[in-house]
Design a protein around this ligand. Structure first.
Ligand SMILES: *Cc1c(COP(=O)(O)O)cnc(C)c1O
Length: 424
């Protein structure tokens, strides 16, 4: 039997434990929602104040040059690149994940149209994050392609001669199931298909090797595991072999070769600057850098390899404790047990009451979230994200203890936990 003492010993032995001190986390919270909105790096407070009072307040327009504002998307892109197996000057941080998806998918469709005009469809997973599917659907409508949605087990069979692009999220937002990026990319390429990977639940959560996998395009969020702050800009990567063929569908002046010549015609910048569209959100970029700098600090204690080891240990522990201590309460597991197929979250399932159980946990200071069941299984999901930078083994113990109490006392049946709010 696992004990609280055992969990405390594991915290004491954790080589990455000190990284938690980089974050400001309310002391009465066990925050298991870092896969939706990461916590605040302590450095963000001073950095935001500096940008507002000094760089904006005093520097004004001069700060585009003197404070390095102009190159922030590339500078931060280089920091993200080290976490996703991309090279220097291959990634920029800009726009939202949704918008970056539109950009890369549009570029991929253009390439497919030139190289293989008979290919007329995009394949994705039915359970992919909705914005990914909506963007694909919109582009299909506009370009005369067809969107084909399949189950994870049907992906390889769907990679036929009609398919132009495969667009997948590496770690499923709902279940935490992770694809083998290398083998899926290889299968797509063998069938002449380009790949777009969404790394929203991967960057900063699991090691990613875009070059190793030979991927074509990637996008991802920075406000989840990268702790960039609410609405912090996303990142976009294009394999350098395609970089010159990346044609901006949103051809704004920031992607122009010489934006300050103000010419009437669009000429894309030769490098990654062409992935940019318009003027960048400097305040958001500045706080994101504070989040990325914690990963730089993590390099001294094993970097993403050590963080991945810890993440798997945390999710293993959570699964084990739930099975040991919450037995007989109708909970199932939607997340794969196999480490190779698991991201950094655990999703429990329940036929009824999942929403209210999550609300009761939040009232106790254990923050996870709820996702309604998909059509196939009708099982609702209680979703718990484990960000290895700041979650510890004792947190896992305490979270399961609260879950056990909520279930045993049926506290979740109270009316206050059964009212729905706008953002879940
Ligand atoms: C969170 C998430 C998004 C969010 O996109 P935004 O444009 O930032 O709202 C997109 N895709 C996936 C897979 C996500 O998990």
């Amino acid at each position: 039997m696992i004990t609280l003492q055992h969990c405390q010993q594991r915290d004491a032995a954790d080589p990455t434990r000190h990284l938690r001190a980089h974050f400001s986390i309310p002391s009465d919270l066990i925050y298991l929602d870092g896969n939706s909105l990461g916590v605040m790096p302590k450095a963000a407070v001073a950095r935001a104040a500096e940008v507002v009072t000094q760089e904006w307040g005093q520097g004004l327009i001069r700060s585009w040059n003197t404070a390095g504002w102009f190159n922030l998307p590339q500078r931060l892109g280089n920091k993200v690149a080290t976490l996703i197996g991309a090279g220097p000057d291959e990634v920029v941080v800009t726009d939202s994940t949704s918008i970056n998806l539109f950009k890369v998918l549009s570029a991929a469709l253009n390439m497919a149209r030139e190289d293989a005009p008979t290919r007329r469809s995009i394949v994705s997973e039915r359970s992919n994050f909705p914005t990914d599917l909506y963007m694909a659907e919109a582009l299909c409508k506009e370009r005369g392609f067809e969107l084909q949605l399949v189950e994870p087990t049907e992906i390889e069979a769907a990679l036929t001669v009609d398919v132009a692009v495969l667009i997948l999220t590496h770690v499923n937002y709902r279940t935490g199931a992770m694809h083998d990026m290398s083998s899926v990319t290889a299968a797509a390429h063998a069938a002449g298909i380009l790949t777009v990977w969404d790394l929203a639940h991967s960057a900063g959560a699991v090691p990613v090797d875009l070059h190793g996998a030979g991927a074509d395009f990637a996008v991802g969020c920075s406000y989840k595991y990268l702790n960039g702050g609410p609405g912090a800009p996303a990142f976009v990567w294009v394999n350098p072999k395609h970089a010159e063929r990346f044609w901006q569908p949103l051809a704004g002046w920031w992607g122009h070769a010489t934006p300050f010549e103000f010419t009437p015609d669009y000429r894309p910048a030769p490098g990654i600057r062409r992935y940019l569209c318009g003027t960048q959100p400097i305040l958001s970029l500045a706080t994101l850098e504070c989040g990325l700098d914690v990963f730089t600090a993590a390099e001294a204690c094993g970097g993403m390899t050590a963080l991945r080891d810890k993440s798997l240990a945390l999710t293993d522990l959570f699964i084990e404790l739930v099975e040991q201590r919450c037995e007989g309460h109708g909970l199932g597991l939607a997340t794969p047990r196999d480490h190779e197929q698991r991201g950094s979250q655990v999703c429990l399932t329940r036929k009824t009451g999942a929403y209210a159980i999550v609300q009761a946990l939040i009232a106790r200071g254990v923050v996870g979230d709820f996702r309604a069941g998909d059509g196939a299984q009708h099982l609702d999901i209680l979703r718990f994200g484990f960000t290895p930078l700041y979650i510890g083994f004792e947190d896992v113990w305490n979270a399961v203890e609260h879950l056990k109490q909520v279930l045993e006392t049926e506290e979740w049946q109270q009316a206050q936990f059964n009212q729905h709010s706008e953002v879940t």
